[in-house]
Structure formats: C-alpha cells, structure tokens
Design a protein around this ligand. Structure first.
Ligand code: ATP
Length: 614
C-alpha cells in the first residue's frame, strides 16, 4: 500500500519525525545596523521508520542547519515552524535519549581499542535495569558484527600521534557507539567526509542496512555522493540557499527533474548534476543573477508541486498521529552514580596508564628533579649559611607541586572534557561522576611521582630528620598537590581550549609564586596587594613548610658575625608567622575545595546545552 506525499509514492511505515515550515534566521551585521538573515526557509518533510534520507546540497546550502534543527542542536538565532516526534511535541530529555547523533569529527579516546570504546559506551549508555553486563557485551558483539569491526576490535582508535584504526573503521565505531542503544532516529553529519569512495560506500551501506533492519529513521548530510552511494539512499532532500528543491525517493528524482525541464544526461552522476543545478555561479554578475533565478524557480516549483500533490500538512500530521505514539516519555533509567563513577574511573585509569609519555614522563621528571634539587642543596648543616638554602629548597619543593602538576594534566583534561561534552549530548552519564573520576585519577598520579621527588629532595638535602617533621611536611606537600589538581580542573573547565589554558594557568601560577613569600617579604608588600597571600596556595605551603622545618632549629653562628640563631628568628624576619602551620593547611584545604567547586560549576555551565527547541 502506498500514499502520495510530496508528489512521490512511499510505503506506509511509521512516521517518526515531521517538520513543517522550518525557518532559521541569524542576526548579521550590515554596516552599523543588524539584520536577520534567513539560513533555512520553510522546510517541510517527514522521516519514517527504516528509511535512510540524504540531505544534499552545495557548501553553505543549509544541510547542517537542517540536520541540527531536526536533531535539536541549533544554537543561537531564531528557529520557527514545528517539529513533531512520533506525532507530538518533542521533549528534550527523552528526544535526546531515544535519538542519536554522529558528529562529523569523531572524538573518542585514542588509546582505547575498538572493543573497549564500544564496551565503555555500552556500560555507560545502557541502563542496568534493562540490561545485564552480559547482555551489554552481547550488544557490543552484535554492533561490531553488523558494522564489520570484528577484524579491528583490538586495534586502538588512535589519533595524530598514535597509529590506530582506518578512517572508515573510526567512523563505523562512532556510528556503533550510537547504535548500542536503540535509537529511533539516527542523525549523521557528513559521515563520509575524508573517506575514500569504498569506505564511504561501506559506511552508507551498513548504516542503511541496520536502519532498515531495526526500523530506524536515518538522516545524513552528505557532500556530492558518488552515483553508487546516491542510489543507496531511500530518499533525498536537495537543498539550495536554505530552500528545499526536491524531497522524495531517489528513484523518482531524475524523473522529477526531467519533468520540470532538467534532464540528467545519461552517464552523469545524478547527484553531481543536481548539485550543479543548485549551485550559484559567482563567475560574473550575470551568471550569479541567472543562477539565483534558476535556484529560486526550482524551489518555487517544488513547493507548488508538493502542495498540489500531497494535500495540507494538517492531514499528514493527523495521519502521522494515527501511527505514532502519543506520548514521548520513553523513560530510560539512569545508572547509579557509583556505577557511572566506577566505569569512568576504570576508563580513566586505563587511559592514563596507556599514555606512556604522560605516565613515564611524570615518574622520570620526579626522579631527575628529586636528585638534581637534592644535590643542589646537598647535606644542609645547621649553620647560618644553611638558612638561605633551607628557604630555597622549601620554596622549590612548593614550586614542584604547581607547574609540573598543572601543565601536563591541563591538556589531558581539556581533551577529555571535550569528549565528555560530546558523550553528554546523548545523556550518557552525569557530569559529577565524570568530574570526580578525573579528580580521583589525576590525584594519585601527581602524588606517586611527587612523593618520589619529595623523598629524594628531603633526604639528599638533609632536611630535619625527624619522623614527625617529615610526615607533616609530606602532608603539607600533598595538600598543595591537591590544590594544584583542583586548580587544573577549574582552569580546564573554564577555558575554551588547551591553548587558552596554557596562557591563563601559567599567568596565575606565576603570580602565586611572586607573592609566595620568598621573592618579597609579605610585610613590605603594598596593602593593596598584601591580601593576595590569603588566597595564595604557594604562600600557605611555603609558610607551613618553613614553620615545620625551622621551628625549634638552632644555628651555629661564626664568632663575631651577626646571624640567625634560631629558626623562629628566620620565620619572623621572613614574615611567615601570620598563620601557624595548621591554619595554613586549613587554608590549603579550603582553597582546594573552592577550586574543585568552581571547576565543577564551570563544567556544568560548559556542558549545559544551549540549544533552541521547537
Ligand atoms: N550562526 C550563523 N551566523 C551566520 N551565518 C550562519 C550561521 N549559521 C550558519 N550560517 C550560514 O548559513 C549557511 C548554511 O550553513 P550550513 O552549515 O548549514 O551549510 P552546509 O550546507 O552544511 O555547508 P557545508 O557543506 O559547507 O558544511 C552558510 O552560508 C553559513 O555561513
């Protein structure tokens, strides 16, 4: 049985998504005034279960805009018209959970293998109330089989630095991650971009097969597909200048264009022919005017044609409602916070341990710096000459828990944050579980390497050999490490990119060092800036370490010279007695907590969808 729609015949499978008069405008600057520019105009259409629809047009035609509007990913501007999901208005939460979107650039963890990537995705996205662990793994196997990934299952995803799977396999993993759940609609943004024709064809062919088998409505944007790929699609939306020039079965497209006076030559790829027809010709004013006229005529003709052959859209809507479910509340139960956290932490550990340059680099740096600094201050004596060296070594210990901790972790964090924001788009897990997992995986890494460094310096330089002083110093040192991790998470959550983080973090850390208590005496700093020490972790660490080390020490003074006789005198002259050791430790804990909390708030803000919904 078939029904006419937009002048074409089609089978009556379940309508999943319908859109009417979809118009999108953005504000643009024209001289001094701003005006609204129409990016997409009165787009109308419908996607049914099991069909694969291609959105084709030349660059700037509005393909991504249409895909984003339909998938609920439009940011900024003005979106009007109506979109119905299973015959009813969309509910952002359930729409997100029951549909899937494959981005153009595949952002995945480069060091995980194909199987691990899919397994973690299955664990995080599939609800424990609906699937056992065994069933989740079976789903991964099925998806790997359907997407022909079994041969590459143990290959890492890879990136520019690490060799990994091929471009086509990578794209299929991205698709696979989305197909682990049972989406009713699959959106793909340029899934074939950057792939050779064979890989492109395989991606489209597999996606089409799975969509048909599972009854998924699939929509993808695609740039000038080959004739073979073009013929794989069930339907095509041809877009030009934000207007629909044709929407209907691929099999009827040539006939339709021939009927309106544009016969596709025998051996030409129809997709190329249509795109050429729809592309504006900028070679001269005359060619531009002519091509604009042609495109407007094509769009007007199709609008008339669609109206004449399919009746009012209200009819289609009521038809769709009779097939679709009335309510949109496909409730997907979230997994417990602890389960999410444990899964993410395991994934983070695997990633961190496989990141050899990072893991080995941290340990090697700790050993080299520990020995080097230790010998620089080798075997401090209790004479007055050792005072300057003692202050120096304590400050360097402090510095080693700032830059060397923050900088390598910052780039790792920003990279993973961006992957997380993507994963969150399909409501895969909570932000808090991601954040706590990062904090708890980064901290031991910093502590293990910095403990090596600390022990090296402490014993080679011969700081006070007393168990209580050693362990108090270590505890203070752990506190500044904790603050540095929190600072990394805060900056990493707030900045747009790693580059921006690499500008902001060193600037703040340098200020902290300048006001850290060694380079200038806190009591002589202008009152306008003196308050900075209250919120300066470097100052509190240095002051606490100095009080712990120097408290109770006495120095031998050569006869007839003036020098410090006791550690207390040193602390006083350096103005490091404003807070006692425990007050400084308390400040460090508070600063760590504030940084953690601010980082979490920034991350929530960053991951918060700013999309316009219809
Ligand atoms: N927020 C915006 N502000 C200004 N112009 C915009 C905005 N969003 C989209 N556009 C413009 O709208 C047009 C359509 O953009 P869109 O990204 O949808 O095109 P596309 O067909 O996907 O192109 P491509 O194939 O090159 O990615 C382009 O000319 C683009 O520059």
């Amino acid at each position: 049985m078939s029904t006419p729609y937009h002048g074409v015949t089609e089978s009556l499978s379940e309508p999943i998504l319908q859109w009417t008069d979809l118009t999108y405008e953005v504000k643009t600057k024209a001289g001094k005034s701003t005006e609204w520019k129409t990016i997409m105009s009165k787009g109308t259409g419908m996607a049914r279960a099991g069909e694969t629809i291609a959105i084709i047009g030349s660059s700037g035609a509005g393909k991504t805009t249409l895909l984003n509007a339909l998938s609920g990913r439009i940011e900024g501007g003005r979106l009007s018209g109506s979109i119905l999901y299973r015959g009813a208005k969309r509910h952002p939460g359930s729409f997100k959970r029951t549909t899937a979107y494959v981005q153009q650039d595949d952002m995945m963890h480069p060091l995980l293998t194909v199987k691990e990537t899919l397994t973690y995705a299955a664990k995080l996205r599939l609800s424990n109330s609906q699937y056992t662990e065994k069933e989740k793994l079976e789903r991964v196997q099925t998806v790997m089989r359907q997407l022909r990934l079994e041969g590459a299952k143990d290959t890492p995803i890879g990136n520019a630095q690490t060799r990994g799977v091929s471009g086509g396999e990578r794209k299929r993993v991205s698709v696979g991650m989305e197909l682990l759940t049972s989406p009713s609609i699959l959106f793909l943004d340029e899934p074939t971009s950057g792939l050779d024709s064979n890989s492109s064809e395989l991606v489209v062919e597999l996606v089409k097969g799975i969509s048909k088998d599972r009854g998924i409505a699939t929509m993808m944007t695609i740039h000038q597909p080959s004739a073979r790929i073009f013929n794989l699609f069930d339907k095509v939306i041809l877009l030009s200048q934000g207007r629909i020039v044709y929407f209907g079965p691929v099999s009827e497209s040539i006939q339709y264009f021939a009927k309106i006076g544009h016969q596709c030559p025998m051996h030409e790829n129809p997709a190329d022919y249509f795109v050429d027809l729809m592309t504006l010709d900028y070679r001269s004013d005359t060619t531009l005017a002519q091509s604009k006229e042609r495109v407007a005529a094509l769009a007007d003709t199709f609008a008339e044609h669609a109206n004449a052959s399919s009746g009012s859209f209200a009819e289609k809507q009521s038809l769709a409602r009779s097939y679709g479910e009335q309510d949109n509340s496909h409730v997907v139960t979230k997994n417990s916070w602890l389960y999410e956290y444990a899964t993410l932490a395991r994934r983070d550990w695997t990633n961190a341990l496989r990141n050899t340059p990072f893991a080995v680099g941290q340990i090697m740096q700790a050993i080299v710096m520990g020995v080097l600094i230790g010998f620089m201050y080798f075997y401090l004596k209790n004479d007055s000459l050792s005072v300057m060296n003692r202050m120096g070594v304590l400050f360097i210990i402090t510095v080693n828990a700032t830059f060397p901790v923050v900088m390598p972790m910052l780039s790792l964090y920003v990279e993973e944050r961006d992957i997380m924001v993507r994963e969150r788009a399909s409501a895969a897990f909570r932000i808090s579980s991601f954040y706590v997992s990062k904090a708890t995986v980064f901290l031991p890494f910093a502590l293990i390497s910095n403990t090596i460094l600390f022990i090296g310096i402490y014993f080679i330089a011969h700081l006070t050999f007393s168990a209580s002083k050693f362990f108090i110093a270590l505890a203070i040192f752990y506190c500044i490490n904790m603050v540095s991790i929190a600072f990394t998470l805060m900056v990493g959550s707030a900045v747009e990119s790693t580059e921006m983080g690499f500008m902001i973090a060193p600037a703040i850390l340098t200020i902290q060092l300048l006001f850290g208590g060694l380079f200038s005496n806190p009591s002589t700093i202008t009152p306008v800036l003196r308050w900075l020490r209250w919120i300066n972790p470097v100052f509190h660490t240095f002051a606490a370490l100095a009080q712990n080390e120097l408290g109770g020490l006495t120095f031998t003074c050569p006869p007839e010279t003036q020098c410090y006789a006791t550690g207390e005198q040193v602390l006083k002259s350096y103005s490091l007695t404003r807070f006692n050791t425990w007050q400084s430790v308390l400040f460090l804990i508070m600063l760590g907590a504030v940084n953690y909390a601010a980082g979490y708030a920034f991350l929530r803000w960053k991951a918060k969808p700013k999309y316009i919904w219809l």
